[in-house]
Each structure stands twice: as structure tokens, then as C-alpha cells.
Design a protein around this ligand. Structure first.
Ligand code: KE4
Length: 428
């Protein structure tokens, strides 16, 4: 009996499934989740003393790796001055100014405490500004767990194969229209059919909650055009891609300016921070400037702001993003060579240091394609990889990440383990 399994038994007596977020329960890949004792750099160390190279990175926030000294020092100094004031402080302004410098489309923003709060607030604003009720999302995309988003959602909902979610009133779910990712024609059809009733499109610019799916080059420009044509807003959900796929996020990499952007994960450096923002003429409708209400007890707290600011400043270093992309490219090239040698069909993709792998010859252009991949082989491979001290997201419908703490030697070591694990998983 390992300490992790003892803790898991205890956890299941007080937490649903023994976890505080479903995907952590390893349901899709089997086995018992390890419990973490501490983490540093690229490593998670579990309560039984085992060390894993971590490619989950807390599902995206830790672009610098765990417990980065600069972030730790910033958090320590902030905490010594008190950690929540319930009143404005300079750190909120500094982080907002840094976000705007990196993402000029985000002229005005509001900090919240999670990506879910960010996306639900952005949609409320879009409905208020347009006076319309319908939103368009894409199958397999995940925008947090607010009721209206749990419609053909990705991430844990896809991982657990849940229909969407009980508890979401049909009246509410009916306000969410869906289309296949990369299908601009389907979106145009929705706008024609519901002309004048669609408030916004919300989209993961690169899909990280169905595995990893890249947009066709003409997809986002087509979304921008159809929103302009029908007076709807384009919301880029950059909770995962923001400051990950480029210094200025997906909107920089794709050169498409959304009307609103939602952020999370990296913007808080691993502390609970989300944000939504965009055009000043839209954001001025948010209370107390305007009538659209949204609030939060701990929003903009100085410790979380300090963690986000220290993180973004570290990523400003020359060559930071290029180096991360090189490591990621090398990792995937190594895996593709291994797959070829073992005669296993895989489709790998990445943008910056956000990446994903499917067991299929491909292409994977949308959620339907992703669901047809060999998830059973993925589960066997995940188990074999974990046995070799490399931690991948425990679901075929999640993305992986590389941090600046991952050394070249660890990338090489990882390639060897992925290779050996593939041989083992294929054989079984
Ligand atoms: P949070 O409420 O979990 O902070 O953010 C929701 C969210 C919104 N938008 C996108 C694009 C996201 O990826 C997320 C959260 N991502 C998942 C991982 N795929 C969080 C991990 C989990 O649910 O445990």
C-alpha cells in the first residue's frame, strides 16, 4: 500500500472521487493518482518519494516550472505586506498594464479568480452590449464549468464521456449553439439561421481541451468576418493560450484581434487569477462604470498579482519563447521518430510550448476526429510512461506543456521513455 493510495482512500471519504477537479482522478487512464509532496522546477515529487518530469504544469499556469525563485520571492515580499486588502493596490494596475502591453486588444480588463469566472463574465458582457442571448461555442472546447458552457464541452467533460452535465437547465443550454471547430461554413449557417440573435462566438484559438487542435489558417479570419457581418462579438478564450503560444498569446500568433479576451493560468503564475478584457467601449459597460455587474472578494489580491507579474516579467527575457518552442519541437520530433519505428500512427501538434498527441494517422481537425482516435492505446501508453517517471496529462483530451525549467537533458530522457513506453503499450 503506497502512501498515495492510502491518501486516495482517505480523500474519497471527503472529496468527490477523491479530487478537487475531475480530470485528476485518472479515470480515463486507470490506476491511482499519485499525491504530491512537493514540486520544484520541472519535477513533481510524490508522497512516496518518486520524482516525475511534469508535462502537465498544473494544466498550463507554470510556464516557468514549479516554485520558480523569482515568483517565490515576489510572493513572499507581497505576503509580508498582507495578502488581500479589499481595496485597490498598485500591483493590480501594474499587472493590467503588462497584459495590455502584451495584448493591445485588451485595452481595459478586470481581474477575477479563475478562467471560469473570466469566460462567464465576458459572455454576460457580450449579451448586455448586443442585447442578444445566443452564444456560439465549438464542440470539444472547454471554457470552464459555468452552466452555459457545459454543452458538448471538452476537457474533463470529454474525458469522462459525460453527456454534458445534469443540473444545467435545458432553457439555458438551448442558448448555446455549437459547431465543429475549423468549420466556418457551419458557423455562417448558424448566423444565417439565428440572424440578429447571436451575441458572441467564444473560441479556444488553439484547442487545448480536446487534445491539441490547430486552426486552419482561414478559420479565425472567417470568425472575425462573420462577427463583423452580423454585429456579434468575437471572444478569444486565451485562458490556456494566453502568454503560452506567444508573448502576446494566440491573437499575436494568428494576427486576429478579438473584441474580448479571457485569460487565466499563466496570468496568475499558478495563483488563482483569471481576467477578461478588450475594447474600452465594451469594458466601460462593466460596473461600476456601467450597469453590467461582476464582482469578487479576492479579485486582484496583491499576492496573486505579484505572482502573475513576476511570471510575465520572466517570460519577457530575450529568446524565452523561441527556446521553449525549440524544446517542444524536439520533444515531438523524437516521439514521431519513435512512433514511426514502432509502426504506430500518431498525429502530433504544437503551438509554442503547448502540444498534443493523438493515436491516429490524422488529420485531427475537430472534436469528432479526436474522439475517433485510439484512446485505449493512449491510456496504456500513459500508464507505461508514468511508470518511467514522466507525467503526461491523464487524458487524450488534454494538452501538454513544456516549461523553461525542462532541461535539454530531460527532453532527451523523456523521448527515450516515450519511445520505450510506446513499444510496451503497442505490444499489450
Ligand atoms: P478554470 O476555471 O479551471 O481556472 O479555467 C477554465 C478554463 C477556461 N478556458 C480554457 C481554455 C481552459 O482550458 C480552462 C481550464 N482548463 C482545464 C484544463 N484543460 C483546467 C484543468 C481542470 O479542470 O482541472
Amino acid at each position: 500500500m503506497t502512501r498515495s493510495s492510502e491518501l486516495f482512500d482517505r480523500a474519497k471519504r471527503v472529496l468527490p472521487g477523491g479530487v478537487n477537479s475531475p480530470v485528476r482522478a485518472f479515470r480515463a487512464v486507470g490506476g491511482t493518482p499519485f499525491f504530491v509532496a512537493h514540486a520544484e522546477g520541472s519535477r513533481l515529487i510524490d508522497v512516496d518519494g518518486r520524482s516525475y518530469i511534469d508535462y502537465v504544469c498544473s494544466w498550463g499556469p507554470l510556464i516557468l516550472g514549479h516554485a520558480h525563485p523569482a515568483v517565490l520571492e515576489a510572493v513572499r515580499q507581497a505576503a509580508q505586506r498582507g495578502w488581500t486588502y479589499g481595496a485597490p493596490c498598485e500591483a493590480e494596475v501594474e499587472l493590467a498594464e503588462e497584459v495590455r502591453r502584451r495584448m493591445p486588444s485588451v485595452e481595459i480588463m478586470r481581474f477575477v479568480n479563475s478562467g471560469t469566472e473570466a469566460t462567464m463574465s465576458a459572455v454576460r458582457l457580450a449579451r448586455a452590449v448586443t442585447g442578444r442571448e445566443l452564444i456560439v461555442k465549438f464542440e470539444g472546447c472547454y471554457h470552464g464549468h459555468a452552466d452555459g458552457f457545459l454543452v458538448k464541452a471538452g476537457s474533463g467533460v470529454a474525458t469522462l464521456g459525460l453527456p454534458d452535465s445534469p443540473g444545467v437547465p435545458a432553457a439555458l443550454a438551448s442558448l448555446t449553439l455549437t459547431a465543429p471547430f475549423n468549420d466556418a461554413r457551419a458557423v455562417a449557417d448558424l448566423f444565417r439561421e439565428h440572424a440578429g440573435r447571436i451575441a458572441a462566438i467564444i473560441v479556444e484559438p488553439y484547442v487545448g481541451n480536446a487534445g491539441f487542435i490547430s486552426p486552419d489558417s482561414d478559420f479565425h479570419p472567417a470568425l472575425r468576418d462573420v462577427c463583423d457581418q452580423y454585429g456579434a462579438l468575437l471572444i478569444f478564450d486565451e485562458v490556456m493560450t494566453g502568454f503560452r503560444v506567444a508573448a502576446g498569446g494566440a491573437q499575436e500568433r494568428l494576427a486576429v484581434a478579438p473584441d474580448l479576451t479571457t485569460l487565466g493560468k499563466i496570468v496568475g503564475g499558478g495563483f488563482p487569477v483569471g481576467a477578461y478584457g478588450g475594447r474600452a467601449d465594451l469594458m466601460k459597460r462593466i460596473a461600476p462604470d456601467g450597469p453590467v455587474y461582476q464582482a469578487g472578494t479576492l479579485s486582484g489580491n496583491p499576492v496573486a498579482m505579484a505572482a502573475g507579474l513576476a511570471t510575465l516579467r520572466e517570460t519577457n527575457r530575450p529568446g524565452f519563447y523561441e527556446s521553449l518552442e525549440q524544446k517542444t519541437t524536439r520533444l515531438l520530433a523524437g516521439l514521431e521518430r519513435a512512433a514511426q519505428r514502432h509502426g504506430v500512427a500518431i498525429t502530433a501538434g504544437h503551438a509554442g510550448s503547448m502540444w498534443g498527441v493523438y493515436f491516429t494517422a490524422g488529420p485531427v481537425r475537430n472534436y469528432a476526429d479526436a474522439k475517433r482516435t485510439d484512446t485505449a492505446l493512449f491510456a496504456r501508453w500513459h500508464k507505461a510512461v508514468l511508470a518511467r517517471d514522466v507525467f503526461l496529462a491523464p487524458s487524450a483530451f488534454e494538452a501538454g506543456f513544456v516549461s523553461s525549467a525542462h532541461s535539454d537533458a530531460e527532453i532527451d530522457f523523456t523521448i527515450e521513455q516515450l519511445d520505450a513506453a510506446l513499444a510496451e503499450a503497442r505490444a499489450r
